[in-house]
Design a protein. Sequence first.
Length: 340
Amino acid sequence: MNRKFKILLLVVLFAKSWFVPEATAQTKGEEKVEEEKSISQLIQELKSDKKLIRVRAAEELGNRKDKRAVPYLIESLKDKELTVKWQVCAALGKIKDKTAVPALIERLEDKKENWSVKRKAAESLSKIGAPEAFHSLVNVLKSECEREINIKDLDPPPKHGFVSPDEYIERIFSSFLKNFIEGSDQGALYISTLEEYMSDKTLPIVFRYRLGIILGQLHQKSAVPILIVSLEESKRGELRALSAALLGKLGAKEAIPHLKRALKDDFLSLGHRVSKDVGEEIIKGDKIADGKKIFSARKIEQEGDYYRVRSYTVRNNAAASLHDLGLKVIKEGSGYEIIE
């Protein structure tokens, strides 16, 4: 009886090993057919009369990264709904098909287009990295540096402390341009072009400051002169703060007198409100540091609330840069003192 059972078990195992591969292959085939159907269905859903369905279809097509969807996504860039266009731009950035570049550039350069769609188009172009997108990214940054923006015009409104809308948007497009250059094999050519623009005094000064910051972030010492001018003359605290931080990283000893003056800069960018416990921990950390290291956390009390201050406060960044350049800087009250 026991022997018969063993024989039966062997027969079952043999049969399983014989038929499973065929069943697995069939299953894989069915899954592929199901995936084909899903892609086709998602493409059809891009034409749905319901906005939410179109948004979700674009998002899923981006997640699938299937290039067959690209022509249909490009067509959906003409959608009247802002959220649909935003999600389509995001999807094209995930797929990274260069055939989408002209359509994304068109969205980016359309002066009537909502800024959030332009933002996502710029981000996707920086991910795709097609050379023809370079001048469009430069031009959109230039145009943003030329205009004043009202907070009510932003959709969605930014969450950025007390930085002005202009600074917020310019910073975003600057970061996309920097990312584009970093990811390109033609980085040296693009850097040279930015240096030419940066030196052109006929261009808007804020635009030239922004280019200097980008070049500084790309470790180009050619940015030092304009960063010094920005630190001394810019009316925008954020630009002065970024300039102060980069001058130390670039090893610009010629900037030391300017950084010393910046230790008295009164720009303060408040960050997010934090709880009392967190605020007290920040204060405690200030006391523990006792001037032995540079840090950006500061105590601010306003009607009993505690705040976390962003690291681009001008005087903090100037102190950190002076420290990087070999000077001994300690915290003294709400400011800094240089030990000669």
